[in-house]
Every structure is written in C-alpha cells, then in structure tokens.
Write a protein that binds this ligand. Structure first.
Ligand code: C2E
Ligand code: CA
Ligand code: CA
Length: 703
C-alpha cells in the first residue's frame, strides 16, 4: 500500500516534465544546427562575392602583366605596383623572376574548383603564412575556410568569373581599364576600415612562369554590422523560442508544485495532511543518514472533539484543530514532522532518545494542548510506537532493517496503543508493545472462530451454585460460559466476553446460554432432580432490544422449561438511559415468570438510582465488598445496610465472591439470602453440578 502511494506520488511529481525537457533538448539542437547552417550560408555568401572579386582582380593583374611583357610596357608594370598588391612571378623552375612586396606564401596549396573537362582550370590558391584570421574562423565556427572556398567554386562556373579584358581598350586607356579591374577587387581605400581579414595567394599562369597575387578576404565594418545584424536576428529568434520553452517548463513546474501542495495540504489546519505524512515520513525514516536515530511515531487524539463540535460548532471545532496543529508543529525540533490525519487525529514523528524523555516530552505537549483555550480544558491521548535504530534486534533477535520500514503499519501500531486508552475521558499516553499485537491477534482469532464454535457447541455452560448461608442448602446457581476450543483449549469468559460485547456476538451467546440452561433444567426436571433457579447473564447490547422479554420467553418455552427456574442477571452497566424501555422489559420478564437480578451491585456509581426505578427481584452484592481488609468494620456496615435496603425493597440478596467462613457467618447474621463464592463452590461443569443438586442432605463446604 505504502509503495503504491509512493509510486503514485512519484508519478505525480515527475509527470510531463521529462517531455518538456526532452523537447527542450531537441529544440536546442535543432536551433543550434539552424544557426550553424545559417551562419555558414551567410559566410559563404560573403566569401563567394569576395573570392569572385579577388579572382577577377588577380586575373586582371596577370593579364595586365602579360600585356606589359608583350608590349614591353613599363607603364603597365608600374600600375601593377600601384595596385598595392604583393605579387611574385616565378619561372617554370620556381625561381623568382620578379617580386613586388613581401612573399608570405605558405606551403598549403589548393584548387578552388574541381578539375573537370567543363571547368578546364580552377582558381589555384596558396594559403598565406599569416593564419591568424583563418584560425579565428576555425576556432569560432569550426569552418575550414579552404573547404568553404572550394565548395563555393563547385557551383560557380569558373569561366564566368573570367573578367572581360579588352586588349584594344587597354592600349587606348590602359590606366582606366586596369584601375577599374583593380577596383572590382581589393579596394585599398577600405584598408583602414577592415576589421578582420585573411590573406591568400591566387596563382595565375603567365608566359614563362606563374604569377602569385596576394589577395584578401576581408570583413570590413559593413560586413561585421551585417553579420552581427544577422546574428542578432538569430539570437532574438532563439531567445524567443527558448524563452517560450523555458516559460512553459517553469509554468509546468509551478503547476505541478501547486498540485502537490493541494495533494499534501490539509484543508482544516492548512498544514500537512496524512498523505504528506506517510510519503515524507517514509522517506525520512528510511533515509540512510537517519538510520541510527531512534524515533517515535505518535498518534495524538483530541478526546471528545465531536462533543466539542456539538456543543459549539464544527467551525469552532476546526479552529481548535488549527490551533492544536500549530502548537504541535511549533513543538517540533529539527528532522521531526507532524500532520493532521482525520477529524481529531494528529500524526507525529519525533526523536526518542529514550522512553522516559519521550514520555515527558509527549506529556508536556499534552499539557500544553490541554490549555489552548482559556475557557476549556481539553484532554489528549497519545499512542506511541518507537522506531528503533537500524540493526537493533527485534523480539525474535532479528536485526531491524530500517530500509524495509513501513510507516503505515507503524502508525497503525501507535493507533492500536492509543486505542487502549479508549473509553477513558482523561488525557493519557500508551506505548505500543508486542502484547498489544498478541491481543489484537487473539481478538481476530476469537472473531474468526466464533460462528463455528457456536455451531459446534464448543461453548460449555458451567454452573456456580448459590447456597443459603444459614442452612448451607443449594438455592440457586449462575450459568457461566467456558469455551472448550479444539485449537486453544479451555478459554475462560474473561478472554472472550469483552470481545463478543464489542463485536456484538454477545447476543448470540446470551441466546445460547439461555437455551442451554433451559434445556438442562428441563432434563434435570425430567430426571426428577430438585431443581433450583439458574441465573443467566444478559448483556447490555441485548437489553436494548425491544422484544428481549419475548425472545427469552420463546427460547425457554422452546425447551419446555418452567420460567421460574430461569433468572436474568443484568450488570449495572446494562442500565441504559431509556429507563422507560428498561422498566418495560424488566416488567414483562417478571410478568412471564422470570426473576431479574442486578449483578455486581456496588461496583459502579448509579446502583442506588437504578434500584429506585427498576422493579428487580434480586440484588447481587459485588465480590469487591469481600476483598481486602475490613476497614475497621466499615465494609461490614455497608454490606449490612445494602442487605437491609434490598429487604426494604422486597429484594433477595446474593453475595458474590465469598471465600471464607467468617464472611459467610457475617452474611448469615445479616440475613443475606444466598452466597455464591469459592467458599461453597467454584463454577463447575454440568454433570458435577447435577451431583450437587440431587442430594437431599446439605453439602459440606469445600474448605
Ligand atoms: P460475573 O457475572 O460477575 O460472574 C461471577 C464471576 O466471579 C465468575 O467468573 C466466577 O467464577 C467468579 N467468582 C465467583 N465466586 C468467586 C470467588 O469466591 N472468588 C473469585 N476469585 N471469583 C469468584 P467467570 O466465570 O470467570 O466470569 C467472569 C465474568 O464473565 C462474569 O462475571 C460475567 O460478567 C461474564 N460472563 C461469564 N459467563 C457469561 C455469559 O454466559 N454471558 C455473559 N453475558 N457474560 C458472562
Ligand atoms: Ca453475573
Ligand atoms: Ca457478578
């Protein structure tokens, strides 16, 4: 169960966030790819235009050189120099024939177009030694500029790049033509505005050798502005997309946290609820770093909370619960927790160094809670279950494993301990121990076996005789149940009756006993025994039924026993509020010929009141009158007065639990009608009782 709840919680906690995260990563990579290709395109565009113009300029220079050589025109050579470009002319053996400017050629050579039949020659390039700009591009964009240039040339028809060179025109206005050609290429006037550049050398075949012309790919202010404008647009786009996604993820997290809050918040106290307690508590106690700490799980109950709500209002009651919660919460130390579970129950996890300290702490909390209202004093009951450190041996010697700890069953144990205080109106503390488990197991077993025990007649009727103390003659008996269980052996009533009273099975037991006593009486009568009235206990639960008198009459009649041989015993606790109904039932029982007795007189508080109202026949003095010391004769005075009272009310008296001769003599002297006690006899099986009944001679006491 615990695992199922934790699992549900984990699902709730992580639901959908992983989808958003994956989506975020996917979009991140798509966007990054988009940016890289976008910049690649942009860079390629710039390269394309620049290489094209550089190539044109180089071609012009080589053609101008050819012309100069052909015409032996030094003027043209001078113009080449004027262009400001470095160039080197080498013969076919590689010797420098002519050089202007510094030769900074590197070793790496390449072709910027594939050497195919369609493209008879490409742009042959030699990289420059100054590779700073190249490194810059490589570093930032991981782009091999050489490759980029090569790619560019793949789709450019190299022939189209050949500039129109009109030799006629050159001879007419060579200055104008060459300078126009140069202008198409590298414009020296822009030099001081260049921000980035990298040089390379374009190789051109000329008569008698090869001409290398220094060229540049430059990024001037305009390019950079353009570049950054594009970058900015891209960045804004990315930021927008990422912002939206991030917003989505954050709002998802906020939404999820809100859901978790609702899931974990108690509507009454606005604090933590039961769900929170079992999930967080479980995590807390099973966490490795808490394994060595001894904890206590406490079930704290506001006693009579419902009554308080009835007397005041539910709203007022809830206000008190809030206050209680706050006091409990404020009392907590580090690594301790509390929650409001249901109605008047609170759950706590607190540190428990030892039982005494723990008890004192819980007691002072109960005291504090009791005083939360200046006009009322409240009672609180606490059930405590201690959680031992990891490795502590349990009752079987097996080390406790905190990893396997189950908070729900631990809290249930605390509740079971607290249930021991139920029925008590005062504050109190109860510790859970293994006996409680045993008790609970026994309750379950009894419950489980009750129907079969009844059907198999495992319940036996024992009879405890009642004697006249003056004559020692048998005057009556009380039927007392015993359970002869094939599994559990001989079980006394104290181990089953309270359970049956709680679970309602007692009414069936009452029927069973009445029926069996009536059956026995009938049998003994038929045998010619001298039968005396036998009293049967009838529980309060049964007495509430309107037609109880008729049920008893019919049961006895069905066995054919005379009504005057059956007596009904009622304990004081059976006297309930509806006096009218009680009186009516007792009156009808008497009408049908059954005697009715009040059991355990003197053990409670309302005996006298009950005597006043109820038309009873017999008063059974509780065994407590005959326990312990005589208190200077005060006990005897009370007993003697009780007997007188009964006589005045026309009731017979039975003294229970009498064990010694002196008590018998005293009761005889006071006119007590019967004695039911070990002095005469213990409860006995049917057959033994039968032997007590038959003798004409008075019996001798047992001891
Ligand atoms: P009870 O009705 O007050 O029964 C008297 C109890 O006192 C019996 O205990 C009896 O054995 C015991 N007793 C009698 N004389 C002496 C004595 O001199 N010394 C001592 N120490 N004890 C004495 P038992 O049979 O164990 O029954 C206990 C209680 O269980 C009964 O108290 C009664 O309340 C309940 N009970 C027993 N049988 C039935 C039943 O058939 N129906 C119902 N509803 N309750 C029953
Ligand atoms: Ca009784
Ligand atoms: Ca009794």
């Amino acid at each position: 169960m615990q695992n199922a709840k934790s699992k549900r919680f984990r699902e709730l906690k992580r639901s959908h966030s992983w989808v958003a995260i994956i989506l975020f990563i996917v979009v991140f990579f798509i966007t990054a790819g988009f940016i890289v290709s976008y910049m690649n395109m942009f860079l390629s565009y710039i390269m394309d235009s620049k290489i094209t113009s550089e190539y044109k300029a180089a071609s012009y220079m080589s053609k101008a050189y050819e012309l100069a050589v052909k015409e032996n025109n030094n003027e043209i050579i001078a113009f080449l120099v004027e262009s400001g470009r470095s160039y080197v002319i080498k013969d076919s053996d590689g010797n420098v024939k002519y050089q202007y400017g510094e030769d900074t050629m590197g070793t790496k050579k390449g072709m910027l177009s594939p050497d195919t039949p369609d493209v008879p020659h490409g742009i042959r390039v030699v990289l420059d030694r100054d590779s700073a700009a190249l490194d810059f591009y490589n570093g930032i964009f991981s782009i091999n500029i050489f490759e980029v240039m090569k790619d560019l040339r793949n789709y450019s028809d190299i022939d189209e790049l050949d500039p129109y060179f009109d030799e006629e025109m050159v001879s007419d206005d060579i200055h104008a033509t060459i300078s126009t050609g140069f202008k198409v290429g590298y414009d020296m006037s822009m030099d001081n505005m260049d921000m980035l550049y990298f040089p390379f050398w374009i190789e051109q075949d000329v008569t008698g050798g090869t001409m290398y012309i220094k060229s540049f790919i430059t990024m001037n202010v305009r390019d950079v502005i353009l570049f950054f404008t594009f970058i900015s647009i891209g960045a804004v786009m990315i930021l927008t997309i990422f912002g939206m996604m991030l917003g989505n993820i954050i709002s998802g997290i906020v939404r999820r946290n809100r859901t978790l809050n609702v899931f974990f918040t108690d509507v009454v106290t606005r604090g933590h609820n039961w769900m929170w307690f079992i999930i967080r508590g479980q995590q807390h106690l099973t966490r490795r770093k808490n394994h060595a700490v001894r904890y206590a799980i406490v079930n704290m109950v506001f006693v009579h909370y419902m009554n308080y709500c009835v007397c005041h209002s539910v709203e007022e009651g809830e206000r008190k619960l809030r206050k209680v919660y706050n006091v409990i919460r404020d009392s907590l130390g580090k690594k301790e927790m509390c929650a409001h579970c249901n109605q008047a129950e609170f759950a706590m996890i607190i540190k428990a160094p030892d039982d005494e300290t723990l008890k004192q702490r819980v007691q002072s909390l109960i005291d504090e809670l009791g005083r939360i209202d200046s006009e009322h004093t409240f009672a609180f009951q606490a059930g405590i279950f201690t959680v031992e450190p990891d490795g502590t041996p349990d009752k079987n010697g097996t080390p406790i494993r905190r990893k396997k700890f189950d908070i729900e069953s631990a809290y249930n144990n605390a509740c079971t301990a607290r249930a021991e205080l139920e029925g008590n109106d005062d504050s109190g503390i109860a510790f859970f121990d293994d006996k409680l488990v045993e008790d609970q197991k026994w309750i379950d077993l009894v419950h489980e076996h009750q129907q079969s025990a009844l059907a198999n007649e495992e319940f036996m009727v024992y009879y405890q005789p009642k004697y006249d103390p003056r004559t020692d003659e048998l005057r009556g008996a009380e039927a007392l149940i015993r359970w002869q269980s094939p599994e559990f052996g001989f079980v006394p009533p104290g181990k089953i009756i309270p359970i049956y009273e709680k679970n309602g099975f007692i009414t069936e037991i009452d029927h069973y006993m009445i029926q069996h006593v009536a059956r026995d009486q009938k049998k003994w009568l038929d045998k010619g025994c001298k039968c005396v009235p036998v009293s049967v206990n009838v529980s309060r639960a049964h007495f509430i039924e309107n037609d109880l008198a008729e049920q008893i009459r019919d049961l006895v009649d069905s066995e054919g026993a005379p009504h005057d041989l059956i007596e009904i015993e009622l304990t004081e606790s059976a006297f309930f509020d509806d006096k009218k109904a009680m009186i009516s039932t007792i009156s009808r029982l008497k009408e049908y010929g059954f005697a009715v007795s009040m059991d355990d007189f003197g053990s409670g508080y309302s005996s006298l009141n009950s005597l006043k109202d109820m038309p009873l026949d017999v008063l059974k003095l509780d065994a407590e009158f005959f326990r312990g010391s005589n208190d200077n004769g005060r006990g005897e005075i009370v007993v003697s007065e009780a007997i007188k009272l009964a006589k005045n009310l026309n009731m017979r008296t039975v003294a229970e639990g009498v064990e010694v001769r002196d008590q018998v003599d005293f009761l005889a002297s006071q006119g007590c009608d019967m004695i039911q006690g070990y002095y005469y006899a213990k409860p006995m099986p049917r057959d033994e009782y039968e032997t007590r009944m038959t003798p004409a001679e008075p019996v001798q006491p047992e001891n």
